[in-house]
Design a protein around this ligand. Structure first.
Ligand code: MYA
Ligand code: FAD
Length: 669
């Protein structure tokens, strides 16, 4: 990671003063020395390969970005084969693709949602036919669910698949403008196939949305097939290299076997068999939601790395005449902007591990036909996806602004980081909608808990009552920095928010509203409750990790400080919810505000080491401000000089427009 170049002395001083060894922490983040070694070898394989060099994305047109994305994605597939053991699991594959494809992985959906849908929901016969083609990249697939008119409300999708028993085919149609599939990644120009979600009609009855494998383009010349109209939806906020697309189907026929029929079936004569659980169709979305928690951790880690390194290098404002200008990292207000986000990034790293573990356990149970934990997984993944992606989205903007003017330059890396991250709040389930799903599960769990039912792990606390929770908090003592007390406080806050929202639902019900109407009337409270619950899970999990980790005393102390900062700062940001039921007194909230300020200089000692521990190579960070060597100013100048506008001293527009303007009165003189 370290280059032979001179390290900026301010940054070097920060590293020399650190009390922790960042490498010890890096090994924890990346699941041990072996995995870390693999990650670094993968990075070497990509960054030492000249085929993966591109000119900066910011200097390319959209068409050039798309072509470059395809070029890199295609060579990544072939080069991957030579990497052997370096790609052992799904995480390795994602890491490799992210590195290799750089500006945009054209095959993300091919290897995730398309492959997962088939593995999860196809019959064995269809799997045997499709999976080798998918794995060998003889076809390219995507996931076409969202339509122009509906993304959230899946039951409202309008694409139809009518079964024709005479030919044993489904006939697919886009009956309205709003039924046009719209947004799916790699749909416009790249994919040859898609898993298409459509309303299934057989024997004159609609059975709701079901997934079908549909071929879109010829495997000979890549032309779209008859009955298929495809295209790119145009430039977006970000993701310039990706061809998010539209699709219209006009009497397009596919064989009956192309329906994903593991759980629900249409027999050759058209007889329909429903799935054991309708939600099984939604499993692929749950899988990606759990991955977005990981993306949130990495996104915030990247933003804080840039902002904290740059803040150590940047000096601004003589405090007293003649004194050296301080590093901006020395200002408490700068620390207050950045260190809670740094602590949040660590909290998210730990919770994403928990999310992935829970996902794989429950997913295995589902594969084995045990559906008892589907709802818990849905509540957990929806809540954590929304909670973490929103926090990262907000955090990245704070990081950018903390870099002053240079944060606004593309060279900072923030514009691309932000525009590519922010759709995590929208795709794979819009965040408000997902928190409402979590809340629905919480309200139900609270009710069941009151009836004495045994509740699953993440909501087990809802079978207690607030008096018990308060007693537990009291027995933890009243040291407001004690992790056990902090977890107990968050638990009571979540419980009370859930109770409050549930009471509002009940009140609306008693006024005669049906459940849906009552949930809608109480929805603002429900979102708050789901947020409080997800916040608790992050805090509680961080605390558990602190207890489990076998690390040096110095690192333990630093992680404890990060935990305290995360938990205490979280309280100050939502203090109303802790005050309104007397969970904390006004005096205690004021004390907590002061503790947050007191933690800042303690974290400062290790701030640079803590971001170094995220182990982003400069090529990955792609930021002049966040460089490991801190040589920001020299590189800013180089970056500007490489701008195409600076290719010539006099731009052609001078002769076209400026000269006629400037010289227009000359003849008159
Ligand atoms: C480093 C890592 C990199 C990673 C990078 C990532 C990049 C990613 C790139 C990605 C590119 C982007 C790719 C894309 O964007 S792909 C498109 C993604 N689209 C969406 O996510 C659509 C969001 N909408 C829905 O999911 C549903 O329609 C919702 C959930 C809103 C409502 O649904 P619906 O109106 O039908 O139903 P209902 O509310 O009456 O509820 C009915 C019942 O169903 C249960 N239920 C609902 N859902 C689930 C579930 N999943 N598991 C288990 N259960 C579930 C629910 O609890 C309820 O149960 P009950 O209460 O009745 O018992
Ligand atoms: C970059 C990107 C990539 C994408 N890739 C894919 C892909 O590969 N495949 C695919 O199928 N789709 C894809 N999508 C589509 C994406 O999944 C949807 O946009 C997303 O699910 C949100 O749905 P929507 O656009 O209908 O939003 P809407 O539901 O229209 O949301 C608009 C507003 O309405 C609110 N709202 C909606 N319903 C409710 C409710 N019930 N209660 C309260 N508030 C509500 C929302 O909170 C939001 O504020 C992609 C989108 C983007 C931006």
């Amino acid at each position: 990671m370290m280059t032979a170049k001179r390290i900026n002395p301010d940054l070097q001083r920060e590293r020399d003063a650190a009390t922790i060894d960042p490498e010890e922490l890096t090994r924890i983040i990346f699941d041990g020395a072996k995995e870390l070694d693999k990650k670094r070898k993968l990075e070497d394989a990509v960054f030492n390969d000249p085929d993966y060099k591109s000119i900066p994305l910011n200097f390319m047109s959209r068409e050039e970005q798309y072509e470059e994305g395809i070029r890199r994605s295609a060579i990544a597939v072939t080069k991957k084969e030579a990497l052997g053991d370096l790609i052992e699991n799904h995480n390795d594959l994602i890491s490799y693709n992210t590195l290799a494809c750089g500006i945009g992985n054209a095959f993300f959906l091919h290897e995730s949602m398309f492959a997962d849908s088939i593995k999860r929901m196809a019959t064995d016969e269809l799997k045997q036919k499709m999976m080798p083609l998918q794995q060998k990249f003889e076809i390219i697939g995507t996931y076409a669910q969202t339509e122009m008119g509906h993304g959230t409300f899946l039951r409202g999708l309008e694409t139809t698949a009518h079964y024709d028993p005479n030919t044993q085919e489904f006939v697919l149609n886009s009956p309205t403008v709003t039924s046009t599939k719209w947004w799916p990644g790699a749909l416009g120009k790249t994919s040859t196939h898609a898993v298409v979600l459509a309303q299934l009609y057989t024997q004159g009855k609609c059975h709701g949305i079901h997934p079908f494998v549909v071929q879109l383009r010829s495997l000979e010349d890549h032309k779209s097939l008859p009955g298929i109209t495809l295209g790119d939806i145009g430039p977006k906020f970000g993701y310039g290299a990706n061809d998010n697309g539209f699709l219209r189907l006009n009497n397009h026929r596919i064989p009956r076997e192309n329906m994903l029929m593991k759980y629900s079936q249409v027999a050759p004569d058209g007889t329909y068999t429903k799935p054991p659980k309708a939600e099984l169709t939604y499993g692929t979305m749950t899988f990606i939601r759990s991955m977005i928690v990981r993306a949130s951790a990495f996104g915030l880690a990247r933003g804080t790395t840039i902002a904290i390194r740059y803040s150590a290098v940047r000096r601004q404002s003589e405090m007293r005449p003649g004194e050296p200008e301080p590093q901006v990292l020395s200002y408490p207000t700068q620390q207050y902007k950045l260190f809670p986000l740094l602590a949040t990034a660590y909290a998210f790293f730990f919770v994403q591990k928990k999310m992935v573990e829970t996902y794989s356990v429950v997913n295995q149970q589902i594969n084995d036909g045990d559906y008892t934990r589907i709802q818990e997984l849905h509540g957990l993944s929806s809540g954590l996806k929304a909670f973490t992606s929103w926090a990262t989205n907000v955090g990245l903007e704070i990081c950018r602004m903390s870099c002053g003017g240079h944060g606004y330059s593309m060279s900072s890396g923030f514009p691309k980081l932000y525009v590519d991250f922010t759709p995590n709040c929208t795709y794979e389930g819009e965040n408000t909608v997902l928190l409402l799903q979590t809340a629905r599960f919480l309200v139900k769990s609270l009710k069941e808990g009151k009836r004495g039912a045994k509740l699953p792990g993440t909501v087990a606390y809802l079978s207690s009552n607030v008096t018990e929770l308060r007693a537990r908090a009291t027995s933890a003592g009243r040291d407001l920095k004690d992790p056990r007390l902090l977890v107990a406080l968050y638990k009571e806050r979540a419980m009370r928010q859930i109770m409050f929202a549930s009471d509002k639902v009940e009140a609306a019900r008693s006024e005669g509203l049906d459940l849906v109407g009552a949930l809608n009337r109480a929805s603002v409270h429900l979102v708050r409750a789901a947020n409080a619950h997800s916040h608790l899970l992050v805090v509680e999990n961080f605390h558990e990790k602190l207890q489990e980790l076998k690390v040096s005393q110095k690192l333990k102390k630093t992680l404890l400080q990060l935990f305290q900062l995360y938990a205490l700062d979280g309280i100050t940001n939502c203090s109303g919810e802790f005050l309104e039921d007397g969970i904390l007194s006004g005096t205690e909230v004021k004390a907590i505000r002061q503790y947050v300020v007191e933690l800042l200089p303690l974290i400062r000692v290790n701030a640079v080491a803590l971001v170094d521990a995220f182990d982003f190579r400069d090529e990955v960070l792609d930021s002049v401000l966040g460089r490991y060597d801190g040589n920001v100013y020299e590189e800013l100048l180089k970056w500007a000089l490489s701008s195409p506008l600076n290719k010539t001293d006099v731009h052609p527009s001078y002769d076209k427009y400026l000269k006629p303007l400037l010289h227009r009165n000359r003849s008159k003189l």
